[in-house]
Each structure stands twice: as structure tokens, then as C-alpha cells.
Design a protein. Sequence first.
Length: 209
Amino acid sequence: MALSRPVVIGVTGGSGSGKTTVSHEIFNRLQGESVVMLAQDAYYNDQTDLTMAQRRTVNYDHPDSFDTALMVQHLKQLINREAIQEPIYDYVESNRAKETQLVEPADVIIAEGVLLFVDPELRDLLDIKIYVDTDDDIRFIRRLQRDMVERGRSADSVIQQYLATVKPMHHQFVEPTKRYADVIIPEGGENLIAINMLESQIRAILNPD
């Protein structure tokens, strides 16, 4: 039996913290239930009017790089049991793709992103707020490996971006939002005890009997 209002779970943490791993682990464990995922990374601003050179100068770790208003609108639509067309972000072009993807409403909405708790309106839509807390050195190593393997970037460019924007933006915007969390998970996806507890809590909400 569908819930009258979906349960919205927000998962945040620094870049490379393991928040995406935690989100996917929860999502996979809830297979068979009515569940969808919404990634904040899909909501980077449309930069069609910018040249590639201009796009490379954008600070993608600052809240202003996101179209938060659109994400809020889409989350509200999903909560109201309305389908949305989620943007698709092209990391090669540093811009939104022309295509979108259909996301149908569900009983559980898992939203994840680095700056998910920064905007008060977006934060207030989250029923369960999870902060994935991982050591800075581990986060940097994970980001370095990811960006080189998955996004074809050089080690130098990843290091320069980390020192110039990722690290300072983390301490200015991301880490302070830890205080809004209902649950703090140390070490991300490796913390199976915390994930087990979350799964049990969510299932209890979905199946109150």
C-alpha cells in the first residue's frame, strides 16, 4: 500500500566521502519497494551561453553552480506524486545534455549531493538527513582516482582543483551542514552497521504493521 506522502532521504558529505555509495546501497537494499534516486549533480546550471573556456573557470563546488530552484521544484513534484524530467549533466561538455530522463514518483525518494543541506528550502523537504563523514585524505584519494579513471582528467588538474575550490568550499559550505544531520555515518559505504540501521528504519516507515 502506497504511503500518503513519500519519505524523502537526503544523503550528503564531502566529495569522495562515500555518499553516493551509501545512497546506492540503500537504494539496492530497497529493491522491491517503491524507490527512486535524485542526484544533485544532475542540477548543475545550464551553461549553454558560456564558452568552454568560461565553463572551465566556474567554481563547481560553490552553491551558486547549482540550479537549486529547479531541484526544489522537482522534489516537490515527486512528493506530490508527479513525474519529472530530471536533467542529465555532461561532464565532458561541462553542461546539461539536451536529453532528460523520466523519474516517476515513488514511496521513497533518495536525494544525494555535496551541497544538499545548504539551501533551507531544499533541506526542509528532507525527512531523514544523513551526513557521510570521511577523513579529508581518504576523500581526496577517492576523488583523484575517480576523476582520472571516470572523467579522463590529469592528476595535476584534479590536485589544482582540489586545492583551489574543493577543499575550501568543503570547509566553508559542506562541513558546517553536518549539524543538520539526523544521522552521521563515519567512513561511508564501509559502515554496514549504520546502513543496516537505516534500512531497518526505512522499512519500518514503509511497513508500519
